[in-house]
Write a protein that binds this ligand. Structure first.
Ligand code: AMP
Ligand code: GLY
Length: 424
């Protein structure tokens, strides 16, 4: 193992038995997790529920729903799974990690009580206020400029950025229609960055910062999506600044959660706006970002499985997360009609050709039909390439994208472009 990579418990004198791992989820994030975990010498069997055809090349997929805690627990018992890594937020907010942990299965992912940091925007605000963590100020009225947010999980559809009063007037009933309370806050300007940290109780270790691209079309136009691309590193946020941010944002929040009886284990993802007045938290997520993970993990040196197992067991002692000096760029290929009404069932061509020139093609929404790969979701494939610089990674990623084709394929052509210009 290279120096400065994740210290292995074996080196620290605690030999890790081979771990059977179950990944919960079906997207590109979960494929990237499976790909990285599959490299671990400590891996026993790799399983996924439900997984996807990309993950099936690395392990065994089981057709279970991520929210079916009972069936997942049965599966863990049958397969002697000793670590479950949960991808999406909804099962965490619903208490999947509690159910598994209660039955003695280690889980990378927070309890329902700690997952409220993502599941309720007003709870997140309360925690930030108590912890002294900078965030957008709350406003009493929806007057532009402002941002109106539905309190609960809304799969990215609950946030309305209002630059005019007309937008603000429309936003309020729409946010209310999603049910539950509504949070109104000041509209912040700046660079957005995703800073994920691996956490165990009050300990936190930063992963490499990344940026994602939420709008459908080039130039940040069009509707919000789950994310159309990502890249890492970000030119204006090095490892030292990332560590400073973890110290001012993640660790105080972890202490506050622990003090409130809800210690957090898993990935705490801070969506930050770097404003002229300093960093402000836009949101917390209680899991790996999608598609940030697809750009972060290929840069990570060392054994991810060991690090996740350590966090799941409650301590990060001896764990280091070091990103290589190379850059990664991920381009999301989405279906026709995405995000409103994605077309499924279309044949996907060129995945092998793209892999053959060195790209990582993560499956995000695919299925096998009579032995052929077809689209089965809004975001279909995620193409990641590494390079010595963001510019090189970007060029390689788009070269691989050129090899892939399916009817109605949509993607952005400007992923990481500003970062390339910033570095030039
Ligand atoms: P959230 O789900 O809270 O991250 O919001 C989704 C997106 O809305 C963010 O990634 C930002 O682009 C935008 N956003 C959220 N809150 C604010 C804010 N206070 N000011 C400006 N943009 C925001
Ligand atoms: N990329 C945004 C998210 O994972 O929520």
């Amino acid at each position: 193992m290279k120096p400065n990579t994740i210290a292995s418990p074996a080196e620290a004198g605690t030999k890790l038995a081979r771990v059977n791992v179950l990944i919960v989820g079906a997207g590109g994030r979960e494929h990237a997790l499976a790909w990285k975990i599959a490299q671990s010498p400590n891996l026993g069997d790799l399983h996924a529920a439900p997984g996807n055809p990309g993950i099936a090349a690395l392990g065994t997929c089981h057709p279970l729903r991520p929210d079916d805690a009972e069936a997942l627990l049965d599966l863990c018992r049958q397969l002697a799974v000793s670590l479950v890594v949960v991808g999406p937020e909804a099962p965490l907010v619903a208490g999947l990690a509690d159910a598994l942990r209660h039955a003695g299965v280690a889980v990378l992912g927070p309890t329902a009580a700690a997952a409220r940091i993502e599941g309720s925007k007003s709870f997140a605000k309360e925690v930030m206020r108590a912890a002294g963590v900078p965030t957008a100020s709350e406003l009493a009225e929806a007057r532009a400029p402002c941002v109106v947010k539905a309190d609960g999980l809304a799969a990215g559809k609950g946030v309305f950025v209002c630059r005019t009063d007309a937008e603000a007037r429309l936003a309020l009933p729409r946010a209310r229609a999603l049910g539950g309370p509504v949070v109104i806050e000041e509209l912040l300007e700046g660079e957005e960055v995703s800073l994920l940290a691996l956490c165990a109780g009050e300990e936190a270790l930063a992963l490499a910062p990344a940026q994602d691209f939420k709008r459908l079309r080039d130039g940040n136009e069009g509707p919000n999506t789950g994310g159309m691309g990502s890249y890492s590193p970000v030119p204006f946020l090095g490892p030292e600044q990332a560590e400073e941010l973890v110290e001012t944002i993640h660790r105080p929040v972890l202490r506050e959660l622990a003090a409130g009886g809800a210690p957090f284990q898993g990935i705490l993802y801070a969506g930050l706006m770097l404003t002229e007045d300093g960093p402000r938290v836009l949101e917390f997520n209680c899991r790996f970002g999608d598609p940030e993970t697809q750009a972060i993990l290929p840069r990570l040196e060392g054994d991810l499985l060991e690090a996740l197992a350590a966090a799941a067991s409650g301590s990060l002692a001896g764990v280091e997360l070091v990103a290589g000096s190379h850059a990664a760029v991920t381009v999301v290929l989405a279906a026709a009609g995405y995000p409103d009404a994605p077309e499924t069932g279309v044949p996907l061509a060129g995945v092998e050709a793209a892999s053959a020139i060195g790209a990582l093609v993560f499956h995000a929404g695919t299925a096998l039909r009579r032995g052929s790969l077809v689209g089965a979701g809004g975001r279909v494939l995620n193409v990641t390439a590494l390079g010595a610089s963001v510019a090189e990674a970007r060029e390689r990623a788009y070269r691989a994208v050129d090899r892939i084709d399916f009817p109605g394929m949509q993607y952005r052509r400007d992923i990481a472009l500003r970062a390339v210009h910033a570095a030039a």
